[in-house]
Design a protein around this ligand. Structure first.
Ligand code: FAD
Length: 362
């Protein structure tokens, strides 16, 4: 590992779909850049995810810029599987010869002159601009409940759920009313006794509404917002897409949710009416927060792991962008089809910035 920092115009931190989309557009700027990825293989957090996980939109509506995702040769009717996404991202990075170094984990980023010093577990880099695309999957969120630490059963987060096999015959509580909650409930309810806990009544989209429709609605909202009008309320990306496994769960009449318990006991939960119920496993499908801890030394990360941005550009420090973290960094930016738009504007902004910027090093 070389001791002196490697100098490059732009460091992109994170080599999942968002980092690849940014890299695709940075290639055109003629600027030197490197993508540092903690993952040992391509695919970002698509390498996690449960076995039966499928995209909620067809291949042609789940593509990164430049190269449409090939349709699954085998099951045409089905939406692509998790593995097909990993294969697509793997081919994508070699197709565009993206300069990726992995596994490289960024430990911290600090201001250095009028650029940034990037410390990693495999040496350091010096850059004039930094684009963060580290996603959220490595930062699961579990809401606090009284009694949680006394619970003697098993607790796992949706981010580490793989398959229902080892839950057969158990009593399982599934907490969370988004797509993960619905899909994991559909999976587990085939082999175990399940109770689904959601803060509010879950919203199911009509059967013919999949990721494509959600994306075009999000585009409409975006365009209306650009004109300064107020968009009409439509379903949002958090509403439940009726993918085949969730439709099957509906036909088995398991898509019923109850409101949260008061507290967790040693062996289960206590409901608002005082009743207690034993459960063997609790699966928290309660989301994630941005993986931005390594940016804390910059003093601009809030308690939710977010940074104030205008679009994808940090507002409190120059030369820093965040792509792919969800609505606060661009609508639908945490989706394959949506991230392309914010990746393009980010690359344009970086290029303009570097044009006007005195480099931290020559
Ligand atoms: P990630 O894929 O998480 O990639 C981030 C990369 O950054 C990882 O490789 C990680 O190793 C790396 N990293 C993190 N920290 C560091 C560090 N300190 N230093 C270096 N590298 C680091 N989207 C769709 O378009 N369609 C769907 O159907 C869909 N279904 C989804 C289902 C589930 C259950 C989930 C959770 C998400 C789904 N998404 C879907 C959303 C989205 O596509 C994924 O979350 C996607 O993985 C986000 O890509 P990303 O590149 O932003 O982040």
């Amino acid at each position: 590992i070389s001791l002196s920092p490697k100098e490059v115009d732009i460091v992109v931190i994170g080599g999942g779909q968002s980092g690849l989309a940014v890299g695709y557009f940075l290639r055109r700027t003629g600027r030197s850049f490197v993508i540092l990825d903690a993952g040992s293989a391509p695919g970002g957090s698509w390498n996690q995810g449960w076995d039966s996980l499928r995209l909620f939109s067809p291949a042609e509506a789940s593509s990164l810029p430049g190269w449409p995702m090939p349709r699954p040769a085998t099951d045409i009717g089905e939406f692509p599987s998790r593995q097909q996404v990993v294969d697509y991202l793997t081919q994508y990075e070699s197709r565009y010869k993206l300069p990726i170094e992995r596994p490289v984990r960024v430990r911290q980023v600090t201001v250095s002159g009028n650029g940034y010093a990037i410390e990693t577990d495999r040496g350091s880099w010096q850059a004039n601009a930094v684009v963060n695309t580290t996603g959220t999957a490595s930062h699961p969120v579990v809401p606090p409940y009284p009694g949680q630490t006394d619970y003697t059963g098993v607790q796992l987060h949706s981010g580490s759920y793989r398959s229902p096999e080892d839950l057969a015959g158990q009593r399982v509580l599934i907490v969370g009313g988004g797509n993960s909650g619905a899909q994991i409930l559909a999976d587990v309810s085939r082999v175990a006794q399940t109770v689904w806990v959601t803060l509010n009544e879950p919203t199911f989209l009509p059967d013919d509404v999949d990721g494509r429709v959600l994306f075009s609605r999000a585009t409409e909202r975006y365009q209306t917002l650009q004109t300064g009008e107020t968009p009409k309320p439509t379903g949002n990306l958090g509403d439940i897409v009726m993918v085949p496994t969730v439709r099957d769960a509906r036909s088995r009449d398991v898509l019923h949710a109850v409101r949260p318990f008061e507290r967790i006991t040693r062996t289960g939960v206590q409901w608002a009416d005082g009743r207690t119920e034993d459960v063997d496993t609790i699966i928290w499908c309660t989301g994630f927060r941005p993986a931005t801890d390594y940016l804390r030394p910059l003093g601009i990360v809030d308690t939710q792991g977010r940074i104030a941005t205008d679009g994808t550009k940090a507002t409190q420090l120059p030369g820093l962008w965040l792509v792919g973290y969800g609505a606060w960094t661009g609508f639908a930016s945490a989706t394959l089809i949506g991230v392309g738009r914010s990746a393009r504007t980010t690359a344009d902004e970086v290029s303009t910035y570097l044009h006007q910027h005195t480099p931290a090093f020559t």
